[in-house]
Write a protein that binds this ligand. Sequence first.
Ligand SMILES: Cc1cc2nc3c(=O)[nH]c(=O)nc-3n(C[C@H](O)[C@H](O)[C@H](O)COP(=O)(O)OP(=O)(O)OC[C@H]3O[C@@H](n4cnc5c(N)ncnc54)[C@H](O)[C@@H]3O)c2cc1C
Length: 344
Amino acid sequence: MKNVDYIVVGDGYAGLFLAHQLIKNNKSFVIFSEGRKSASQISAGIINPVVLKKFTTFWKAQEQIDFLKTSLKEIESYTGENYLINAPIHRIFHDENEQNLWLKKSGNEELSAFLDKKFDRLNGVKNDFQTGKVNQSARLNVNGFFSGLFNYLEKNDHLVKERFDYTKLNPSESVYKDFSFKNIIFCEGMGVKDNPYFSETAVIPNKGHHIKVKLSQPIPEDITIKKKHFLFPTGNGLYFYGGTYDRDQLHHHIDDSAVTQLINGLSEFYPYDFEVKEVHFGFRPTVKDRRPIIGRHETLNNLYVFNGMGARGILNGCYFSRDLFNFIENDIPLHEEVSSKRFQ
Ligand SMILES: Cc1cc2nc3c(=O)[nH]c(=O)nc-3n(C[C@H](O)[C@H](O)[C@H](O)COP(=O)(O)OP(=O)(O)OC[C@H]3O[C@@H](n4cnc5c(N)ncnc54)[C@H](O)[C@@H]3O)c2cc1C
C-alpha cells in the first residue's frame, strides 16, 4: 500500500495549480491524468484583469494577478522555466464611443491600474479607432506549462497516467486500489458530471473553439490583439485565434458554425489572406454566478471538489488552490462566494 497525503483527480489548471500548492508545502501526492486534451490545454492562456465587453473588472482581480506572477516564479524554481509571456492585450476599439468609455473608466479607482490612457495604432491590422492597452495583462505559455509540469510530476513519481475509477474508491477506509490517502481532491472540470460523489456540482458546460492560422502578412509579435476574439503568435509560424462561447451545441465534435464565426471575426480586422491549419474545442466549466465551486463533501470529510473555473481557469485555478489548501490544512474558512455550500 502506498501512503499519500493527497490524491488529485484531473490534470487541468485546477489540478496542476493544486499540485503546485502540494509541492510547495512538501505534501506527498499522486495526480490522476487520463491523457485527454483538457479544456485547459485548449485554452488561449490569456491572463486578463478586465472584462473587455464593457471594460469592467472582477472580484480580487489585482490579488489574483499578483498571486499568479508569484506562483509562476515558484514553479520556475523546480521546472526551470517561467511560463509567463509578457504580451499585453491591445483591445481594438469599434468606434469613438468605446474610446470615450475606456477613457472614462480608466479614471475609476478599480480600473485605473489596468486601462492605459494612451491609445496605440497597430500595423498589419485594421484599427481605425486605435487600440487600448490592458496593463498587467499577459499570456501563459500553455504548452510549456503543461509539458513542463507533466515532466516534473512524472520524474518525481507524482503522475498516474490512468482514468480514476470511482467504483474502486473506498472513502470510509480512505483507500483507492493500492493507495491509502488522507485527502482526495476532484479537479475534473466538466468530467465531474461522471463523479458519483460530486455529480450535482452546479457547473454548466460552455463550448469554446479556437483556430490556428497561417497569416500571409505579419502582425506585431510582442502583444495580444483582441477584437471579438484573441489573436497572437504561437511560436511555430502559426497564430491562435479564438475562443468562441456556446451553451447549446454541446456535442463532442467541431461545429462548422463556430469555425465560420472565427473566420469572419478575423477577416473583420485582418485584411490579408490567411489559412486555417487547425481547429480545436473544449468545454469551460462555468457557474451561474461566475465564481468557482470549492468545498468538502457533505458527509465524507476527506473528499473535496475544486471546480467551476469558468472562462478564467488560470487566475481562478491558481488563486483558489491556495484557499482550498488552507481550508484543508489550516481550517481557514473558504470565502462564502466560492464555497460549494452556497448551492447546498
Ligand atoms: C477555447 C477556450 C479558451 C479558453 N481561454 C482561456 C484563457 O485564455 N484564459 C483562462 O484563464 N481560461 C481560458 N479558458 C477556460 C479554461 O480553459 C477553463 O477554465 C479550465 O480549463 C478549467 O480547468 P479545470 O482544470 O477545472 O478543467 P479541465 O481543463 O477540463 O481539466 C480537467 C481534467 O480532468 C480530467 N479528468 C476528468 N475526470 C477524470 C478521471 N476520472 N480520471 C482522470 N482524469 C480525469 C479530464 O480529462 C481533464 O483533462 C478557455 C477555455 C476554452 C474552451
